[in-house]
Design a protein around this ligand. Structure first.
Ligand code: UDP
Ligand code: MG
Length: 321
């Protein structure tokens, strides 16, 4: 049962930016027009994820020119998910939107998602109707989301990214999660409440290059699986059991051969093959355990998630009571 939200509200928008100087002017223009035409107040928080181009400078200027804008600038590149986390921790507003800097997530879709929030949903996440990537990457994405759905103990919707709007209380839940390996769409799914997908057409990047390469995508995929699932660890015991059963079968076979023909030679090749096979299985299982251990190590250091170098815009104003 959804209770519609009829009260006045403010929309806060979080935008992670990494080396986005090419697209920033387009983005700030589009946002300014969006804010002017909107019936409700909107504020925007840009998070400069340690860009090495003119992103920080452009943000500084944009925030000086528009009172609805603010920015945070990291001391170095901490990664997309960390930038979104920082944005969520500092944004104000009753309903919070997360979009990419490259205008791939259309502002019209964001406005439609806010309407769904007003109908009473707590999380409205964008679901891509189309993907503009090549066939191989599309296949990889589809496979990843389906594997994650099977393995994770929580529901992570297929083909949804970080593009979403969330009610303030969901943002507070995510802000209260201390983990360093942050997989926002997973944490958002974990939170529960009333969630719904909103299909939209994902545009191509408005300008500049993608900031994600294969190794960053793989890290995100591993973070997603390992932070939300212990299935890989269970895989270790399953492999162990399967290997044990195979070994037992082989023993029975060897004894049978020896009884049938006492002069039968013992095979070197098969012995070596078995050793190599189990050596491989053991290393793989150790590797899986290592992935978890490494993340536990990361968490146990309790370092801050990110370091802020500079900030500007409405962030410097005291929040209204
Ligand atoms: N981004 C970031 N830090 C990074 C990499 C990316 O803040 O280390 C931002 C980037 O500026 C963009 C968003 O994350 O706003 C998504 O990145 P991108 O568009 O390059 O990824 P794609 O859409 O190609 O998956
Ligand atoms: Mg993009």
């Amino acid at each position: 049962m959804n209770t519609p939200r009829t009260h006045d509200f403010e929309l806060g928008i979080v935008i992670p930016c990494y080396n986005e100087e090419e697209v920033l002017p387009k983005l700030t223009d589009a946002l300014a027009a969006f804010i002017r035409s909107s019936r409700y107040p909107i504020r925007v928080l840009f998070v400069d994820d340690g860009s090495r181009d003119r992103t920080a400078l452009l943000l500084h200027e944009a925030c000086a020119a528009n009172p609805a804008f603010a920015y945070l600038s990291f001391s170095r590149n901490f990664g997309h998910q960390t930038a979104v986390s920082a944005g969520l921790a500092h944004i104000r507003g009753d309903v919070i939107g997360v979009i990419d800097a490259d205008l791939q997530d259309p502002l019209e879709a964001l406005a439609e998602m806010v309407e769904k929030w007003r109908e009473g949903f707590d999380v409205v996440y964008g679901v891509r109707k189309n993907r503009k990537e090549g066939a191989l990457l599309r296949f990889a994405y589809a496979a990843f989301y389906r594997i994650l759905k099977k393995m994770a103990n929580i529901e992570i919707p297929l083909d949804s990214g970080d593009f979403c709007v969330m009610d303030r209380r969901v943002v507070d839940v995510i802000n209260a999660m201390p983990e360093h390996n942050r997989f926002i769409r997973g944490m958002r799914g974990w939170a529960g409440f009333r969630q719904i997908g909103h299909p939209y057409d994902r545009s191509a990047r408005a300008a500049g290059q993608t900031k994600y390469n294969i190794s960053r995508l793989l890290k995100l995929a591993f973070d997603g699986i390992i932070s939300f699932s212990t299935v890989p660890l269970k895989l270790a015991s399953l492999l162990g059991m399967a290997a044990g059963a195979l070994g037992l079968l082989y023993l029975v076979y060897a004894v049978a051969v020896k009884i049938a023909d006492p002069t039968a030679p013992i095979g070197w090749a098969s012995t070596i093959a078995v050793i190599i096979f189990f050596g491989g299985v053991q290393l793989m299982v150790l590797g899986i355990i290592g992935e978890y251990l490494g993340r536990i190590f990361d968490e146990s250091k309790r370092r801050p998630l990110y370091l802020v170098d500079r900030r500007g815009g409405w962030l410097d104003e005291a929040p209204k009571a």
